[in-house]
Design a protein around this ligand. Structure first.
Ligand SMILES: [Zn+2]
Length: 137
């Protein structure tokens, strides 16, 4: 059963991200001019101002930099509280905000290694696959 989630951001760039997630591939836009990953999605590279990107597949591995538990119902019942959020530094060097899968804040230590997986979710735009992170084995 799909997890109900708050609405995603959709539109140019974001749609490509979610389409890759639907294929269970974690891909981010890479600037064709300077080679930097452009994340979060942006219409122009923040390093060199170019506007052409190619979507490169990442390893899906990273380590936890920070984390927190949300107890306030910011999404008006669209997401059960409390829930944990993690900040992952991906192997490729970008920071990625996500949720832990199969572990909680009591299990987390700085630098803990994690791997991406995709879970079936749904928002008002329909079903989608959300990248979350489980402990690396
Ligand atoms: Zn660039």
């Amino acid at each position: 059963m799909a997890h109900r989630r708050p609405d995603r951001t959709l539109g140019p760039g974001h749609d490509e991200f979610w389409a890759w997630c639907d294929k269970q591939e974690l891909r981010l836009p890479k600037c064709q001019a300077c080679g930097k990953l452009a994340w979060p999605v942006t219409p122009r590279c923040q390093q060199c101002d170019a506007s052409k990107f190619v979507w490169v597949q990442l390893s899906g591995r990273g380590s936890i930099v920070s984390w927190g538990t949300f107890v306030q119902d910011y999404y008006r019942g669209q997401m059960a509280t409390p829930y944990d959020t993690i900040l992952v530094e991906l192997e490729e060097g970008v920071l990625f905000i996500s949720n832990p899968d199969g572990f909680g804040e009591q299990d987390i230590s700085p630098g803990m290694e994690v791997s991406v997986r995709f879970i079936d979710c749904e928002d008002s735009a329909g079903p989608f696959r959300l990248p979350v992170f489980c402990r690396s084995s």
